[in-house]
Design a protein around this ligand. Structure first.
Ligand code: NAP
Length: 290
């Protein structure tokens, strides 16, 4: 029986690990900041990623970005230092297409298999096991882990060749980024028109432009607390990957590029660690009402 390991205990990683470990035995987990592992019982906490590589054959990864994955997988103390042939690495992180293709090639050279498995949904859905998983890479490797994916996913789409799931995750976040920014701009416009945010949101929920993100972020946009669920800096990162993908496919990136510039500006005024719904603050800043 293959042993399961898990790397990355952040806002998404921790609830996903808990869902998996409630149904399957997880042998080992790793996080750079060990404090985040406090309270996990029955799972050995590794000091370094390579210890997970030597102890486990099915390894889930949920990290911030390309740089984090590069370091944890291929760095000096990385997973691949000890990873056994035929091991399966399942990357849930939102990474770039380039990273996915390069990681797959490098793991393949070590006779290991790499699966893209980014998720749609957020922390609550991770807790409830209602995420959507987009999967691509070798089908036999996917089949060997598909039951585990169902521990945290309501729906799984298998999209075939390596990188396809990453592409669709980025496509999905393009819609999300532009949608959220549009809601922020619309709320400022409604305020300037003399309509309070609460009422404007209630009306927008009944409009043709309603979206699930509007419903999910309504309360935080009213209270303007912006406790991070999906950090704005992560949307900046995703928009960079989206722009790169658009360029590589010679596909127009009119709204993607505008959104990227806008979220970058929002990050530069200190909103990076807040939830990405704090975009309304960036619009206020633009009109001198921050
Ligand atoms: P998070 O809470 O910030 O967690 C990030 C994780 O990456 C932590 O375990 C962190 O370790 C680790 N990390 C960052 N830089 C590292 C480095 N250089 N070396 C080693 N470890 C590093 O982020 P999250 O919200 O869980 O997001 C994780 C991934 O899921 C991202 O790719 C994000 O785009 C994607 N995603 C997020 C959501 C959401 O709603 N939050 C939804 C869908 C997809 P430390 O604890 O040591 O910092």
């Amino acid at each position: 029986m293959s042993e399961i390991g898990f790397l990355g205990l952040g806002r998404m990683g921790m609830p996903i690990l808990k869902r998996i470990s409630s149904r399957f035995k997880v042998k080992m987990a790793y996080n750079r900041n060990k404090g985040k592992a406090a309270g996990l019982s029955g799972i050995k906490i590794a000091d370094e990623p390579f210890q997970v590589g030597s102890g486990c054959e099915i390894i889930f990864i949920m990290l911030a970005d390309d740089e984090a994955c590069e370091s944890v997988m291929f760095g000096e103390n990385g997973l691949t230092r000890t990873l056994k042939p035929q091991s399966v690495v399942v990357n849930l992180s939102t990474v770039s297409l380039d990273f996915s293709l390069s990681a797959s090639r490098r793991l393949g050279a070590n006779m290991c298999r790499y699966i893209d498995a980014p998720v749609l949904g957020s922390t609550k859905m991770a807790e409830n096991g209602t995420l959507t998983s987009l999967v691509s890479g070798p089908e036999t490797a996917y089949n060997s882990v598909s039951k585990i994916l169902k521990a945290y996913s309501e729906k799984v789409f298998y999209l075939g060749s390596q990188g396809n799931a990453v592409k669709m995750k980025l496509v999905s976040n393009l819609v999300l980024a532009v949608n959220m920014a549009t809601i922020g701009e619309a709320l400022l416009l409604s305020e300037k028109s003399g309509v309070k945010k609460e009422l404007a949101l209630e009306i927008l929920e009944r409009s043709g432009g309603n979206s699930s993100i509007l419903g999910l972020k309504k309360e935080t946009m009213i209270s303007e607390t912006f406790e991070p669920v999906f950090a704005l800096k992560d949307m900046v990162k995703d928009l960079r990957y989206i722009s790169e993908l658009s360029s590589s496919l010679s596909s127009p990136a009119v709204l993607a590029n505008s959104a990227e510039q806008f979220y970058l500006a929002a990050q530069s005024i200190g909103l990076g660690n807040l939830d990405f719904s704090s975009v309304i603050r960036a619009f206020r800043f633009l009109v001198g009402r921050a």
